[in-house]
Design a protein around this ligand. Structure first.
Ligand code: 3PG
Length: 306
């Protein structure tokens, strides 16, 4: 019988697991669950006889593909698939997919939670500032960027964006966006939200230079990946520009130093939690299950990334 494994170090909400089970068992497959695992060996043991795996940010690398002799498909329930070794997957003839857009709203809402916490001084009772009338710059304009733009407009913000391939003029107009270069985004916007995937091109692409470009009291919000920040020079610039603030959903490796040096100009969530909502788990988890059934039963390869 086809066996589907959910391997999530950071588990889905139970309601999402129930939904995945219905889809997988409804297709006549078996569902097995490995949650909150702490040792790599637990993952390697669990994958041994499975045909399909659903993961989140779990690292799926060559060791997994070598251990999983029956594996045909891995679906990353989420957007960023930088946690999956695509080369190793292809070498083992395993299809890799993501579920684009399914958890975007949750991430966008968290970005606003971080913005509000910062502009309201961590809700400590001191006078803060409002988002209304401020300029929001969105760096990387995919599914999350689109959600951010809508929410920002609801707050009465002006929305600027930068992406590799600029939208056409009609779409920009319809969405009420202004395009600018990455540099201008940091120069002109009061708040910049980072929403680029982790790729060879984006790793360490946000460095101290961008901190120094920001207008007085600027805020940078990261709900993407910690690796896109060049941590050392970014911190050095924040130490120079004592008015600029940084909020992130993915604590830097230098978290303790950031905390010590920046104090309340810095905020990091305890654990990456942008997509940690029941709704996002249901959307991404169920999409992953459906994609597996479609692939195994009908050879459907929509959202294949390798
Ligand atoms: C994504 O790439 O989809 C988000 O970063 C969410 O990741 P998570 O599933 O680990 O919360």
């Amino acid at each position: 019988m086809t066996k589907v494994l959910i391997a999530t170090e950071k588990p889905f909400a139970p309601v999402a697991v129930d939904g995945i089970r219905k889809i997988v068992e409804g297709a006549g497959f078996e569902l097995v669950l490995l949650e909150k695992y702490t040792e790599r060996q637990q993952l390697l043991d669990a994958v041994k006889d499975v045909d399909a795996i659903i993961v989140r940010s779990d690292k799926i690398q060559a060791d997994v593909f070598e251990a999983a002799k029956n594996l045909k498909i891995v679906v990353r329930a989420g957007a960023g698939y930088d946690n999956v070794d695509l080369e190793a997957a292809t070498k083992h003839n395993v299809c890799v997919m993501n579920t684009p857009g399914q958890n975007s709203n949750a991430v966008a809402e968290l970005a606003f939670a971080l913005m509000l916490a910062m502009v309201r001084n961590h809700f400590n009772g001191k006078s803060g500032s409002e988002l209304k009338g401020k300029k929001l710059g969105i760096q990387g304009f995919g599914h999350i960027g689109r959600c951010l733009a809508k929410i920002a407009q609801g707050f009465g913000m002006e929305v600027y964006y930068n992406k590799r391939h600029r939208l056409d003029a009609a779409e920009e107009k319809e969405l009420g966006l202004t395009y600018c270069s990455q540099e201008d985004l940091f120069k002109q916007c009061d708040i910049v939200s980072l929403n680029t995937p982790k790729t060879a091109e984006t790793v360490k692409s946000i460095n101290g230079k961008y901190v120094k470009m920001m207008p007085k009291g600027g805020l940078i919000v990261n709900t993407a990946r910690k690796e896109i920040i060049d941590e050392e020079c970014f911190l050095a610039a924040l130490k120079e520009r004592t008015d600029v603030r940084y909020a992130t959903d993915i604590a830097p490796d230098m978290h303790e130093e950031y905390q010590k040096e920046l104090q309340d100009r810095y905020l990091a969530t305890a654990k990456k939690m942008g997509a940690q909502t029941a709704e996002a788990n249901i959307n991404a988890g169920l999409a992953a299950a459906n994609q597996i059934v479609g692939f195994i039963k009908d050879g459907c390869e929509t959202f294949r990334v390798n």
